[in-house]
Design a protein around this ligand. Structure first.
Ligand code: PMP
Ligand code: GLN
Length: 386
């Protein structure tokens, strides 16, 4: 019999998030692996979903998303980024950014096309590029600052490059791409007639006053960029899976052409609730960011005290570390033994690299947890030094 899994999906196995969350569940360790908050999102947003459920908002919503949410997404893009969008045609509601990324790659790539992306990469990128029949060309970002190497970037493009898939703020490194880096990326896209897919799910999670710059706001880029984002991180509602794709009409229509056969539509009762969330006052976003920055500082201090080499993130839920100072070289083995050694679960960053040597000693920890949970994890990790 032929093996059940298609060749396209061979080698992708079970995601590292599933593996590590299962390890946490099995061992009772503190889960700083998979990135999800351990507190609920805004009460008024949850109440809006409850009200929608009770009001009978339980059947298929319109394909592109309910008008109220598409309008709220367009208003959000103008309010925070100065991006003008027509909610009718330039905004598509998706089942999380995950679906938006998959639909965009399926819609825009031909088999044989190449997609440039950065490693460490979010794991679904590699899988979805493969499902689309395209090939990934990977540019390695290296600690301590994960700065973009212009030569490596130039070397990743070829005559077959269809798109660049960028994530800023970046998971797992916590890097926020600088304007100069984005300008360089834009220069390649414009010069080579390449599309851009920009995953901005951490758009509100930047620290120390750093600015998140959407790639679509660079000169000439709006016409060729599909921006993907989602409510999951910004509102601590990762299980709701409401995301969106925005950009020029023809590109969004292409993404919708794929989306309609993936999920057809996305979570009806959550859509009006996320429309409410996007309209929350600035104070919500500022407070959320400040809280998360304090959590970052708390966990980074704990990880440093435990003896790890810490690469302080400028954004996201995550901090990456190098385990070498503790005598380790293999992040995956380290993470498998961590529940027993310290009662904590983390994610081996090597799972997000093609160049395994570059990722081998790196381990990612999530700090989107209550302060007391971070403190307890830090106290447990302190024992690693001995
Ligand atoms: N992109 C990145 C970089 C992520 O970290 C995540 C994590 N959830 C996603 C996309 C997926 O977003 P969603 O949960 O909205 O599908
Ligand atoms: N984005 C989250 C992370 O990086 C988890 C998403 C998932 O489990 N697929 O941890």
């Amino acid at each position: 019999m032929r093996p059940p899994l298609s060749a396209r999906l061979e080698g992708f196995g079970t995601t590292i998030f599933t593996e590590m969350s299962a390890l946490a569940a099995r061992t009772g360790a503190i889960n700083l692996g998979q990135g999800f908050p351990d507190t609920d999102g805004p009460a008024e947003v949850i109440e809006a979903a409850v009200a929608a459920l009770r009001a009978g908002v339980n059947q298929y919503p319109p394909g592109p998303g309910i008008p109220e949410l598409r309008r709220a997404i367009a208003v959000h893009q103008r309010r925070f980024h100065g991006i003008e969008l027509d909610p009718d045609g330039e905004v598509l509601v998706t089942t999380g950014a995950t679906e938006g990324i998959a639909a965009a790659l399926l819609a825009l790539c031909e088999p044989g096309d190449e997609v440039v992306t950065f490693e460490p990469y979010y794991d679904s990128y590699a899988a979805c590029i493969a499902i689309a029949g395209a090939t990934r060309r990977v540019v390695t970002l290296r600690p301590p600052d994960y700065a973009l190497d212009p030569e490596a970037l130039a070397g990743a493009f070829s005559a077959r490059t269809r798109a660049i898939l960028l994530n800023t703020p970046h998971n797992p490194t916590g890097k926020v791409f600088t304007r100069a880096e984005l300008e360089l990326i834009a220069e390649h896209c414009l010069g080579r007639d390449v599309l851009a897919l920009c995953d901005e799910v951490y758009e509100h999670l930047t620290f120390d006053g750093r600015e998140h710059i959407p790639l679509a706001t660079l000169p000439g880029m709006a016409e060729r960029t599909v921006t993907l984002s989602s409510a999951g991180k910004t509102f601590s509602l990762t299980g709701w899976k409401i995301g969106w794709a925005t950009g020029p009409r023809e590109l969004v229509a292409a993404v919708q052409a794929a989306k309609q056969f993936l999920t057809f539509v996305s979570g009806a009762p959550f859509q009006p609730a996320i429309a409410r969330a996007l309209e929350l006052p600035d104070a919500y976003f500022e407070r959320f960011r400040a809280d998360l920055q304090a959590k970052r500082d708390r966990l980074c201090a704990g990880l440093r005290a435990a003896g790890l080499d810490v690469f302080e993130p400028a954004g996201t839920y995550f901090v990456t570390t190098d385990i070498t100072p503790l005598g380790g070289t293999d992040g995956h083995a380290f993470c498998l033994s961590l529940p027993e050694r310290a009662g904590v679960v983390a994610v081996p960053t090597v799972a997000f690299y093609d160049d395994e040597a570059a990722g081998r000693p790196l381990v990612r920890f999530a700090f989107c947890k209550r302060p007391e949970v971070i403190d307890e994890a830090a106290a447990r990790l302190a024992g690693l030094r001995s």
